[in-house]
Design a protein around this ligand. Structure first.
Ligand SMILES: *[C@@H]1O[C@H](CO)[C@@H](O)[C@H](O)[C@H]1NC(C)=O
Ligand SMILES: *[C@@H]1O[C@H](CO)[C@@H](O)[C@H](O)[C@H]1NC(C)=O
Ligand SMILES: *[C@@H]1O[C@H](CO)[C@@H](O)[C@H](O)[C@H]1NC(C)=O
Ligand SMILES: *[C@@H]1O[C@H](CO)[C@@H](O)[C@H](O)[C@H]1NC(C)=O
Ligand SMILES: *[C@@H]1O[C@H](CO)[C@@H](O)[C@H](O)[C@H]1NC(C)=O
Ligand SMILES: *[C@@H]1O[C@H](CO)[C@@H](O)[C@H](O)[C@H]1NC(C)=O
Ligand SMILES: *[C@@H]1O[C@H](CO)[C@@H](O)[C@H](O)[C@H]1NC(C)=O
Ligand SMILES: *[C@@H]1O[C@H](CO)[C@@H](O)[C@H](O)[C@H]1NC(C)=O
Ligand SMILES: [Cu+2]
Length: 566
């Protein structure tokens, strides 16, 4: 009898927990969309005819099923940025890492359950530079019946997707740059929710507008979906309280400027407490390169308008004072001031490290590949530990791993750079033994549940730059960051092992370093890469091959029946 009651109890608990988890099913049709921007008509790739694409609005615990249909002329894939993808590596999306592309006229259904994370994430294409216009928000609310947000409930929630715009077919531009052995050229504009804003020609009607009411609180879910630029974001007359980054709650952090790298999200509360009027929100590039390099960059400003209900629609909006493009100190202050909220039950930073890694990240030169037909003497490249990542062409890394197919990749990604040099000293550029790299497809293999500490060290090869480094499947804790060459003896004293910020993308300080820790507790093949797409294409990537654990709960199931073939 007691046993029966016990079993009934379990069954009821199961029904109850299933009742508050939903299956969210959507169709994403990727196809041509003709839009007018900056006085020109351009054909872009877009999901369901919209830019940005549809918002996925779900709760923690929900299962998401997306039928991706490719009506575009390009090979595409869709990635769910920041989602853990527990035992669903096949659905992660990066081209040739976890799947072959969805070819034109084909489709693929991606299914995953959202477990143990809430906040703002996003989805985007993960092949070539197609994510320039194929992206959207992925908002995860707390499960029903839980305590909800760890901050006062806002009156309204507003997704703010920051994007980047080329007045041309950006995929063609990227292909042309590859053939030349160069990198994608600078963009023509930035966008807020797909709109450039009225500082650009022919763009008055193409301006995002947010109506607010005096005294109300707005939760801005800010996403940097730009291809190649970190951004400064401000709203004139208003301050923000940051409450989460990358779908991880933070201790409240007050600021009048948001600094955000591609791949990152920031949840910020904004109280409409200013004199009722019209105010610009604005974003411009944070350029972390040494500006003496004089490399061209997109120096334009995108704007939207915050209008108080009572304000005259014809009044001139107030413009915020924007930071200098080159304000490294401001960027570092924002990025290094964030700390984790650390509620009971939240993940905690690993205190014991199984695998120590020290990884250089930066640009290089390399020999022209035979396929780079317009490359003359050398190609621009990028690497991690001097391994410049090349995507496989015949089979995805995950499929090769699962089927035991040899020759697709090697698992000898080094834990340390082949040589230690004065990483951040610009004089390294006079030594071709330091500047030249070679192409390969190397991954780092780890056992299930391994705790990893990785020091990410920027190099001055070609030029210092802050690279936004992103890992699929895992959040990591950023335990320390600084400028110059990493020195363990002094750096270790600054490690925050109490309340470090938890993220999926860290902007490694320019000419500096960051230390991250994570637990590799999900079997699969997980790419780690710079979230500037042009650097990813130059080779700034590697992957973690995480082996199955000893139990069914730690073993990757077989691929779904419609898994794309090459
Ligand atoms: C989509 O646009 C491209 C040009 O960017 C064109 O070549 C192609 O034919 C178009 N496809 C459809 C289905 O309209
Ligand atoms: C590629 O090289 C050609 C010839 O030098 C040049 O005209 C073109 O602008 C270059 N394109 C890119 C994207 O670098
Ligand atoms: C480059 O940076 C320096 C120092 O931050 C600044 O004074 C200078 O104006 C910048 N140069 C340009 C071209 O903006
Ligand atoms: C942006 O760059 C262009 C071309 O180099 C220059 O003429 C212009 O003054 C710059 N604008 C700003 C706001 O820096
Ligand atoms: C950079 O390297 C050069 C050449 O080795 C050296 O002379 C110089 O002192 C170094 N700079 C710093 C700041 O260490
Ligand atoms: C990178 O690898 C290439 C090819 O093996 C080698 O020539 C070069 O010296 C290496 N550079 C560094 C910084 O390790
Ligand atoms: C993995 O780590 C978790 C958390 O520490 C633990 O509960 C689990 O038993 C571990 N699994 C294996 C296979 O080591
Ligand atoms: C599209 O993907 C298929 C399968 O991987 C590949 O054979 C083909 O070359 C790709 N096309 C382009 C334009 O990359
Ligand atoms: Cu980069």
């Amino acid at each position: 009898m007691a046993r029966l009651v016990f079993i009934l109890g379990i069954a009821l608990a199961l029904v109850a927990s299933m009742a508050d988890a939903a299956v969210v099913e959507r169709t994403f049709r990727v196809g041509n969309l003709t839009v007018s921007r900056l006085c020109e008509s351009t054909v872009i790739n877009a999901v369901n005819g919209r830019l940005p694409g549809p918002t996925l609005d779900v709760r923690e615990g929900d299962t998401v099923v997306v039928h991706v249909i490719n009506d575009s002329p390009y090979n595409i894939t869709i990635h769910w940025h920041g989602i853990f993808e527990i035992l669903t590596a096949w659905a992660d999306g990066p081209n040739m890492i976890t799947q072959c592309p969805i070819q034109p006229g084909h489709s693929y259904t991606q299914k995953f359950t959202i477990t143990g994370q809430e906040g703002t994430l996003w989805w985007h294409a993960h092949a070539s530079v197609i994510r320039a216009t194929v992206y959207g928000a992925l908002i995860i609310r707390p499960r029903q019946g839980t305590k909800g947000y760890p901050f006062p409930k806002p009156d309204k929630e507003v997704p703010i997707l920051l994007g980047e715009w080329w007045n041309a077919n950006v995929v063609d531009l990227a292909n042309e740059a590859f053939l030349n052995g160069t990198s994608l050229s600078a963009s023509d504009a930035f966008t807020i929710n797909g709109k450039t804003g009225d500082q650009y020609p022919c763009s008055k009607e193409d301006t995002y507008k947010l109506e607010v009411e005096k005294g109300k609180t707005y939760l801005l879910r800010i996403i940097n979906a730009a291809l190649d630029n970190q951004l400064f974001f401000k709203i004139a007359g208003h301050r923000f309280t940051v409450v989460a980054v990358d779908a991880s709650y933070t201790k409240p952090y007050e600021t009048d400027v948001i600094v955000i790298a591609p791949g990152q999200t920031v949840d910020a509360l904004m109280v409409a407490d200013a004199t009722p009027a019209r105010y610009y929100m604005a974003a411009l590039a944070y350029v972390s390169r040494d500006n003496s390099s004089n490399l061209p960059f997109d120096n334009t400003t995108t704007t939207g308008i915050v209008r108080y209900k009572s304000a005259s629609p014809s009044s001139q909006p107030v413009m915020p004072t924007m930071p200098s493009f080159f304000d490294n100190d401001l960027a570092f202050r924002f990025y290094s001031s964030l700390t984790g909220l650390c509620r009971p039950g939240d993940g905690t930073v690993p205190l014991h490290v199984d695998e120590h890694m020290f990884v250089t990240v930066g640009l290089n030169f390399a020999a022209c590949l035979p396929s780079q037909v317009n490359c003359i003497t050398q190609s621009l490249a990028a690497s991690m530990n001097n391994a410049s990542f090349m995507f496989p062409t015949t089979m995805s890394l995950l499929e090769a791993d699962y089927k035991g197919v040899e020759g697709v990749y090697t698992d000898d990604f080094p834990d340390y750079p082949p040589v230690f040099f004065d990483f951040t000293n610009a004089s390294v550029n006079s030594d071709t033994a330091l500047t030249f790299t070679t192409k390969s497809t190397k991954v780092k293999k780890v056992k299930y549940n391994t705790t990893v500490e990785m020091v990410l060290q920027n190099t001055a090869i070609v030029g210092i730059e802050s690279h936004p480094m992103h890992i699929h499947s895992f959040n990591f804790f950023v335990v320390a960051q600084g400028f110059g060459n990493y020195d363990r003896a002094t750096a270790e004293k600054s490690y925050n092992l109490v309340d470090p910020q938890e993220r999926n993308t860290v902007a490694v300080p320019t000419g500096g370093w960051a230390v991250i820790r994570f637990t590799a507790n999900n079997p699969g093949m997980w790419i780690m890469h710079c979230h500037f797409d042009s650097h990813l294409l130059l080779g700034l990537a590697t992957a973690f091959e995480v082996e199955n654990g000893p139990t069914p709960e730690s073993t990757l199931p077989p691929p779904p029946p419609d898994y794309p073939a090459c």
